[in-house]
Design a protein around this ligand. Structure first.
Ligand code: HEC
Length: 171
């Protein structure tokens, strides 16, 4: 610790080293907290943004926008089940805990709607429980959920061609 020799050099600073050490510890905690907060952003950039775009708005006809749906889906057990089981989430290489943190970050940062009061954060345990049962037909499950929420047709289901690299925009 570079702070220790400097503190010793002060003759009357009997308390300084302790304070300095406490300061360093606090800085360490802050750094850890910052890394924690930074993590979901990077996970999103690396694993999701290629399809969902930086603001979550997706690509018409290919990847749905999560901006009006993620909060909605996150408020019901059936919706959460869908969110955790879509291929991009369930099959990513992220750990259960990181996936939960990422979803919570998306709810807070990539939604048009403010965080609903009753929102329950996703947890690693919840992700672990659900993710290993892949959805047979995500588009259909999505349409069912939107219909049940009275939002049928408002957020059209994507076409199932996400493996195609790029389609002409005017196609
Ligand atoms: C290859 C493109 C692709 C990647 C990569 C991808 N997704 Fe998706 N995502 C989709 C598509 C397409 C859907 C619509 C459901 C379906 O048909 O699979 C979707 C649906 C979702 C939904 C549900 C929202 C809704 O309105 O249906 C969430 C949440 C989501 N993705 C999160 C993620 C996260 C988090 C990652 C990264 C860990 C990710 N996705 C990576 C294409 C992708």
């Amino acid at each position: 610790m570079s702070a220790v020799p400097a503190a010793r050099a002060r003759p009357a600073g009997a308390r300084r080293p302790l304070v300095a050490r406490a300061g360093l510890a606090a800085a360490g905690l802050l750094l850890a907290a910052a890394a924690q907060a930074y993590r979901p952003v990077v996970d999103y950039e690396v694993n999701c943004q290629g399809c969902h775009l930086p603001d979550g708005s997706g690509e018409a006809g290919r990847v749905p926008s999560v901006r009006r749906t993620l909060t909605l889906f996150s408020m019901s057990p059936a919706g959460r089940d869908y969110v955790i089981r879509v291929p991009g989430v369930s099959q990513s290489s992220l750990s259960d805990a990181d996936t939960a943190a990422l979803l919570n970050w998306m709810v807070a940062h990539l939604s048009d709607d403010p965080l609903p009061p009753g929102f329950v954060p996703y947890t690693g345990a919840e992700v672990a429980r659900v993710r290993h049962r892949p959805l047979a037909d995500p588009a259909r499950r999505r349409a069912d959920l939107l219909r049940a929420a009275g939002r049928a047709g408002k957020d059209p289901a994507p076409r199932r061609d996400i493996s195609v690299v790029k389609r002409p925009r005017n196609g």
